[in-house]
Design a protein around this ligand. Structure first.
Ligand SMILES: NC(=O)c1ccc[n+]([C@@H]2O[C@H](COP(=O)([O-])OP(=O)(O)OC[C@H]3O[C@@H](n4cnc5c(N)ncnc54)[C@H](O)[C@@H]3O)[C@@H](O)[C@H]2O)c1
Length: 141
């Protein structure tokens, strides 16, 4: 029995690196995984190697509308979302005296906005599951 049996997880930045490793580990532990990334080619290739319990969705975490589509697709395919791994991020080493506004706002839009839009969609999705579980438990007693 896996530690994540029956769990459904959205993992962002899953085309490679830490996100892909999380996706692999989650599938090995029994989860169904929606791996997302802006890098569609690498994401599709790597996530497809994880088997039928993982799907890839092209997703830019900085765009709130795209988050809505990811959660809608996850619920359509797997019925619920239990876990969100807000992993996608960009790291730019720069000089505070020289950084330009476009770069600064790009970092903020991925590393801050991206996390918030994910949390904003995850909370109602997870609340819905708590209500469903509680109705199920009530119907069992
Ligand atoms: N590796 C480290 O030592 C380290 C240290 C501290 C923090 N982190 C953070 O951990 C996370 C993963 O690190 P990693 O080393 O695997 O990085 P990585 O660069 O290998 O992978 C990050 C993934 O995020 C994706 N991504 C970038 N912008 C995106 C966007 N707008 N929407 C969706 N996906 C996007 C990239 O395409 C990439 O596949 C990052 O947030 C990184 O900043 C990493």
């Amino acid at each position: 029995m896996g530690r994540l049996d029956n769990k459904v997880a959205i993992i962002t930045g899953a085309a490679k690196g830490i996100g892909l490793s999380c996706a692999q580990r989650f599938v090995n532990e029994g989860a169904r995984v929606i791996g997302t990334d802006v890098d569609e080619e690498t994401g599709r290739e790597n996530i497809s190697k994880l088997g039928d319990n993982a799907i890839f969705i092209r997703h830019d975490v900085s765009k709130e509308e795209e988050w809505k589509k990811v959660f809608a697709e996850a619920e359509k395919r797997f019925g619920k979302v239990d876990i969100l791994v807000n992993n996608a991020g960009i790291l730019e080493f720069n000089n505070a005296e020289k950084i330009d506004g476009d770069m600064w706002h790009k970092i903020l839009s991925v590393d801050l906005d991206g996390v918030m839009w994910g949390v904003k969609q995850a909370i109602p999705a997870m609340k819905k599951m708590v209500v469903q579980s509680s109705i199920f438990l009530q119907s069992q007693v």
